[in-house]
Design a protein around this ligand. Structure first.
Ligand code: NAI
Ligand code: MG
Length: 483
């Protein structure tokens, strides 16, 4: 595929232009290690211009749009995304190595975010508050202003959709800094938004390095809210940068999410979720359900069922559209392979592994899906986010033990609970420290309507769903005395 636009150009104030000094970065196709194209390497000054443009748009046409008008243009972007779905799917597959079906699902999800947030733009209401005699008090929900969005590479379309969709719905303008490994669909999204009639300057896209464009954006005094999804380490830097300017941040920093299976669970229903929740997107999912906590009575049976499924999993290039594609980059492949090697060297038992297709290009970033069994709960592989297709199985005896294990990492993003006992479902749901609990299902990555975010090192703030709109807006209280 020829990239259907000049990928070296960034978008500032409605103008597609080269980054300062025409600097670029190489884009590598992780399926074969080949150079795909180049993207602009945005600078501090490029970010500065983008922030100024976003502020101008806020002071100008976008600030005067009614909520209904904002909703209509966001909805229209969603419709246009579906018109361009084949292009978006192919771009994503080439750029990040997603198997075609998964890339397509992400494009559909991005359209759905626009549909959801387009529809909700005019439905966020303030309140009236009973106060002292002679007063009328009410609240307004207003935009923060210029919002910064620093996006990772694992679900570029979904995360762009949830961040930008919510921010625009509440009347903010946006400066978007996609991950250096995943810029093509963000650039295409901006072109689609333009075509749908989004006024210039409302969405600016500056590609580039995290330490350059990303750091410039997160520390810019003209930014009024930052949403960040990515690693804990960079999340800390973002929070510090936002702290210097006293602006709110939403941090979504991944996790080590458990799926808990009790003896009475419907194991056949659970099986696809147990496996897919961990290996979907080659395990590069913040909410991947990678810690499989299994009650002793069904431990061997569940391991056996998972092994038979995992051993059939196939890994191949994005266009082959198998169960797993490559990881995002050679760097990520090394990181994940080190975890596997560490597991083996420390004496962990591999229960099952999938297969890498023979015809995979040797320069591709392929890693074999792997299930380790009987993993001590404090083992590195049971505690750290791996971001690859690696799962660990841990046995437990009692409900109390299951809860302690589930809560036994520094993260708290998602938990899955598999049991037919209704009282236990709710007891566990309350006892677990996490932002989302799934009972008898598991929703890694999905759920446009469902508020999403973590506790602990998984971050704070809620994205997705209607709840996100409160984060993308600020409450003003108006107290009128009329006697
Ligand atoms: P990262 O946290 O470095 O990158 C995420 C985004 O932050 C990218 O857009 C990057 O350009 C930007 N960034 C990097 N340094 C920055 C800085 N100093 N200031 C501002 N922005 C900056 O994540 P990376 O290195 O790509 O992946 C490493 C690990 O992070 C993964 O193995 C995984 O564990 C975790 N991760 C979690 C994600 C999630 O969904 N929660 C998504 C991506 C990575
Ligand atoms: Mg790439």
């Amino acid at each position: 595929m020829k990239i259907p636009f000049n990928s070296e150009q960034i978008l500032i104030n409605g103008k597609w232009q080269n980054a300062e000094n025409n600097k670029t970065l190489d884009v590598i196709n992780p399926s074969n290690g080949e150079l795909l194209c180049k993207i602009g390497r945005g600078s501090f000054n490029d970010i500065d211009c983008a922030v100024v443009a976003a502020q101008d748009a806020l002071n100008g046409v976008w600030g005067n749009y009614s909520a209904m008008e904002r909703g209509r243009v966001i909805t229209k972007i969603g419709e246009k995304i579906l018109e361009y779905i084949d292009v978006l799917t192919e771009l994503e597959s080439l750029d990040v190595g997603k198997p075609t079906k998964q890339a397509r699902a992400d494009a559909i999800a991005m359209a759905r975010y626009m549909e959801f947030y387009g529809g909700s733009a005019d439905k966020v209401h303030g309140h009236t508050i009973p106060y002292m005699d002679g007063y009328t008090v009410f609240t307004l929900r207003e935009p923060h202003g210029v919002t910064g969005h620093i996006i990772p590479w694992n679900y570029p379309m979904q995360i762009t959709g949830r961040c930008v969709g919510g921010a625009l719905a509440m009347g903010n303008t946006c400066v978007l800094k996609p991950a250096e490994d995943a810029c093509l669909t963000a650039l295409m999204f901006a072109r689609i938004a333009e075509e749908a009639g989004l006024p210039k300057g409302v969405l600016n896209v500056v590609t580039g390095l995290g330490i350059e464009a990303g750091a410039a954006l997160s520390s810019h005094p003209g930014i009024h809210h930052i949403s960040f999804t990515g690693s804990v380490g960079i999340g800390k830097l973002i929070q510090k940068a936002a702290g210097n300017n006293i602006v709110p941040v939403t941090l979504e920093l991944g996790g080590k999410s458990p799926q808990i299976i009790f003896d009475d669970a419907d194991l056949d229903a659970a099986l696809p979720f147990l496996v897919n929740g961990g290996i979907q997107n080659a395990g590069q999912t913040c909410s991947a359900g990678t810690r499989i906590l299994i009650q002793r009575g069904v431990y061997e049976k569940v391991i056996k069922m998972m092994c038979s499924k995992i051993s059939l999993l196939k890994v191949g290039s994005a266009i082959d559209d198998l169960d797993l594609g490559p990881l995002i980059s050679p760097k990520q492949k090394i990181v994940v392979e080190r975890y596997i090697a560490h597991g083996v060297e420390s004496g962990l038992k591999i229960a099952a592994q999938g297969l890498i297709s023979d015809d995979c290009p040797s320069a591709g970033c392929y890693v074999v899906p792997t299930l380790f069994r009987d993993v001590p709960p404090d083992h590195k592989l049971a505690q750290e986010e791996i971001f690859g297709p690696i799962q660990v199985a841990i046995p437990f005896d009692t409900e109390e033990e299951a809860v302690n294990l589930a809560n036994g990492t520094e993260f708290g993003l998602v938990t899955g609970v598999w049991t037919r006992d209704g009282s236990r479902q709710l007891r566990i749901a309350k006892a677990i420290k996490a932002g989302q609990i799934f009972i008898n299902n598991y929703g890694a990555g999905g759920g446009v309507e469902l508020p999403f975010g973590g506790v602990g090192k998984s971050g704070f703030g809620r994205e997705k769903g209607f709840e996100a709109l409160y984060g993308f807006s600020v409450l003003k209280t108006i107290a009128a005395y009329h006697g």
